[in-house]
Design a protein around this ligand. Structure first.
Ligand code: MIG
Length: 800
């Protein structure tokens, strides 16, 4: 059965005529349209609704399969119910509407009267707004943490210099979480057309999600916590692999560094100035006239020598990869692309041309598996030169004019689709092809891949950065919020251009931006062509010392941060965590005063603040919080004012936690001798999984890793570090135990008393002033107790 729908009125899914149970789940026929319910776990229900008799099976996002679950089906006069061990789905028969409930009958999420309906090709599902319902997520979207009262659309867009309210931006991730009455759920709308989300904007009846065309195809996720829902969502859409450890070090970028001399000198300056860094990024000017897979032979006569030299200094190179391929007979990539027929076409078969940096260009059709294969092999030359970092830009697709024709034809895995269905996927599939290709070519070494555009599932292939931000304070805070939200959408590896891309930063702004970004997942300074120099030393000595301090702090935290990435690879848990993850039901965290705050991993609270503010009102969640500079302990569950001078970003460590750290080093590949356990005493308990591997190969997938659980029992003054599991042997020779917030005079390990020493501790060096007659300014100090033991893989019980 198929129905014709016009756009004069809205028509909704009709009454149930029949249903049947199949291996796929339940399918039903209604007086207008068909539906199918399939289960992906006890708590994930996929709802497909179509005017056609068959349902779409292709998804670029979903990697999980439906499962057979011992669900009960209860057929009564007016309803059809499906019950799993966690969730009761009630489908009313006349008309067909869906309501998800807890087993004791509370409504988690239910259709509004309009249910699923169509206006022309546009399909919408309406959900009843629940009392005080909040909405979080949707990834790279501007606005507040709670999205109630606002509407958004997903249509990947080159949003150069976007503002505080611009929508859409570069990535489309149609997934959000609803919260009300201590209940929560996630909805992932797996439709790649332009989609629209309304969270009670201009209405007080419903939240809704619509697509310009295609099927209603959504996954309802029932979960007890935000973390659980993210875990389920990334069960569906996949998780990242471990990134190369160097990619989470500091990356220095600008549009563009050239000629090669400038890069030699950059690398040297980092080392001379004792500022850790792992990456120098080559933006478009390394290419010959912006042609991908070429080198500008004048400015880069010896790329191999350059890259080797950088490698010797402990630097990796990340290079810009643009999808636009210049139409120029004789240019190898162009000729080969035409021959292999890999480009996006007009309906009459002509290759589409759009204008970008190189001039008129064709664009590889990354929804074609053969094109992905073709693109993947093109990286051979780069890899031969020693390149292992790749940056996918302009993949929304961005072209001059910003109006990609909608009649272009995409291969869509052989199914054909127009721009309307293909555009949101372009960046995602470009990143996929780049990642899969370079991974293969690197023969066991991990590539780093960065993308501007993406769709749900992009976390499997690339880190995401938030594009062309602007050098001012509000934008800095907006970037923090974007990354918080991107994290809620299963993308753990994300960041923003520190210092701001468009325009010039000023001294304070640059210092603050680097401080905050040092505690973000992807840490890179970047700036636009023709802006002022923006390296850590470009803003005077004071800023240089501030940058050095925070960059070094990040390097000290590397064992902790790397373990957070491991968590992301296992559970989808973001590295930078919106407070909505741990404190979901505390209304204060949604307040505009506090919604930029986040947890960096489980134990570090970061309160981002404008560069010119010396005082900040912050919200301390429950528990107790140590000031990272002075060790002063703040009581949680309160709103209070803290100091935020330019050299001291408000950062706090949760009492009752342990931070695994190490000494700062010039780069991440230096073999470390000493694991430092910072124990923050307090009555709370915690558990942290320390993860180690070689940082650069995929051997960890075959057991060559080491995990150790660090269990803190605050009330009993005890930390247990479990014996090392797995085949990887770390380079550590010593473990230094640093106790914060205790006056104890005795520390023991496995019952044996240790010698302790008393120190004034700081993670940060005193700030040099521009005039040497002044004493350097202390960053703050804290009395700690220190004891050192030999490194051992055996179980350790530390008590004090
Ligand atoms: O039209 O490669 O967002 O980071 O420096 C600009 C040059 C193209 C946009 C990216 C930006 C990059 C720039 N690119």
């Amino acid at each position: 059965m198929s129905a014709t729908i016009n756009s004069v009125t809205s028509k909704s899914l009709g009454t149930l005529s029949s249903f049947k149970k199949s291996t796929e789940g339940i399918t039903g026929i209604t007086s207008l349209g068909n539906f199918r319910v399939s289960l992906y776990s006890e708590s994930i229900f996929r709802i497909s609704i179509s005017l056609e008799e068959h349902f779409e099976s292709l998804s670029y996002s979903v990697v999980a399969n439906p499962v057979e679950i011992a669900s009960e089906i209860i057929d009564s006069d007016s309803t059809l119910q499906i019950k799993t061990s966690t969730t009761l789905l009630t489908i009313s028969k006349n008309p067909v509407r869906f309501s998800f409930n807890t087993l004791d009958g509370k409504v988690i999420n239910e259709d509004e009267t309009f249910g699923t309906s169509w206006i022309g090709d546009q399909v919408t599902t309406y959900k009843k707004l629940q009392p005080d319902e909040r909405f979080i997520g949707l990834g790279e979207k501007t606005g507040g943490l709670d999205r109630r009262g606002h509407a958004f659309q997903n249509w990947t867009t080159d949003a150069y210099g976007y503002g505080n309210g611009t929508d859409p931006l570069y990535c489309s991730t149609p997934f959000y979480i609803g919260i009300h009455n201590h209940l929560l759920y996630g909805i992932f709308f797996d439709n790649t057309h332009k989609t629209f989300f309304n969270f009670g904007a201009s209405n007080n009846r419903f939240s809704s999600f619509s697509a310009d065309a295609g099927e209603m195809n959504y996954y309802f996720i029932n979960g007890n916590s935000v973390a659980e829902i993210i875990k389920q969502y990334t069960h569906l859409t996949g998780r990242m692999e471990m990134p190369p450890i160097w990619s989470i070090g500091y990356q220095q970028c600008r549009y563009s560094y050239y000629p090669d001399k400038e890069i030699y000198s950059l690398a040297k300056t980092f080392r001379e100035k004792d500022i850790p860094a792992d990456v120098i990024v080559l933006d478009i000017h390394y290419m010959d006239k912006y042609k991908i897979f070429t080198w500008d032979s004048k400015n880069f006569p010896d790329p191999k020598g350059l890259i080797q030299h950088l490698r010797d200094q402990g630097f990796h190179i990340v290079i810009m990869c643009d999808p636009g391929i210049k139409v120029e007979p004789g240019y190898e990539t162009y000729d080969d692309g035409v021959k292999k027929d890999v480009f996006i076409k007009y309906p009459d078969g002509e290759n589409y041309q759009g204008q970008v940096w190189p001039g008129w260009c064709h664009f590889p059709d990354f929804t074609n598996p053969e094109t992905r294969e073709w693109w993947a092999t093109k990286f051979q030359d780069y890899v031969n030169l020693g390149v292992d970092g790749f940056w996918n830009d302009m993949n929304e697709i961005a072209t001059w004019g910003h109006s990609l024709p909608e009649n272009l034809e995409f291969n869509f895995e052989g199914n054909k689709a127009t721009t309307r269905r293909g555009r949101n996927l372009f960046g995602f599939q470009m990143a996929r092809s780049t990642y899969e290709g370079t991974k293969k070519l690197l023969k066991g070494k991990r590539p780093f891949n960065l993308t501007r555009s993406g769709f749900s599932g992009i976390q499997r292939y690339a880190a995401v950065w938030t594009g062309d931000n602007v050098s001012y304070d509000e934008h800095m805070l907006l970037g923090v919020r974007l990354v918080n939200s991107i994290g809620l959408t299963g993308i753990a590896f994300a960041g923003y251009d520190a210092g701001g891309f468009v325009g010039d930063a000023n001294t304070k702004l640059f210092a603050r931006w680097i401080s905050i970004a040092s505690l973000s997942p992807f840490f890179r300074a970047h700036t636009m062509i023709n802006t002022r120099d923006s390296e850590p030393w470009s803003y005077g000595e004071e800023v240089e010392s501030i940058c050095r301090n925070y960059i070094k702090f990040r390097y000290q935290l590397m064992p902790y941060i790397y373990s957070l990435f491991y968590d992301a690879s296992k559970t989808g848990m973001p590295v930078q965590r919106s407070l909505a993850i741990n404190y979901t039901h505390d209304h204060r965290i949604y307040d505009g005063k506090y919604y930029n705050q986040y947890l960096f991993g489980p134990s570090i609270l970061v309160a981002p603040v404008e560069s010119n503010k010396e005082l900040l009102k912050i919200f301390f969640p429950e528990g107790e919080w140590y000031d990272v500079y002075t060790g002063k302990v703040w009581q949680g569950n309160q709103e209070t004012v803290v100091e935020s001078p330019i050299h001291r970003l408000p950062v706090f460590i949760k009492a009752g936690s342990v931070l695994p750290m190490q000494p700062a080093a010039a780069n991440t590949s230096i073999k470390q001798q000493e694991l430092i356990l910072h124990i923050y005493c307090g009555k709370d308990s915690s558990e942290f999984l320390l993860y180690m591997d070689d940082g650069e190969t995929f051997d960890y997938q075959n057991g060559k890793s080491a995990t150790r659980t660090i269990q803190m029992n605050g009330a009993q003054n005890k930390v247990i570090v479990s014996k090392s599991e797995g085949d990887f042997k770390s380079s550590y020779k010593k473990i230094k135990i640093i106790l914060h917030g205790t006056n104890t005079d005795s520390v023991s390990v496995n019952g044996k008393n240790l010698e302790i020493s008393y120190h004034l501790h700081s993670f940060f060096a005193p700030l040099e002033k521009y005039d040497p007659i002044n004493e350097p300014d202390s960053m703050g100090e804290e009395k700690v107790r220190i004891a050192t033991i030999d490194y051992t893989e055996a179980n350790l019980e530390i008590s004090w």
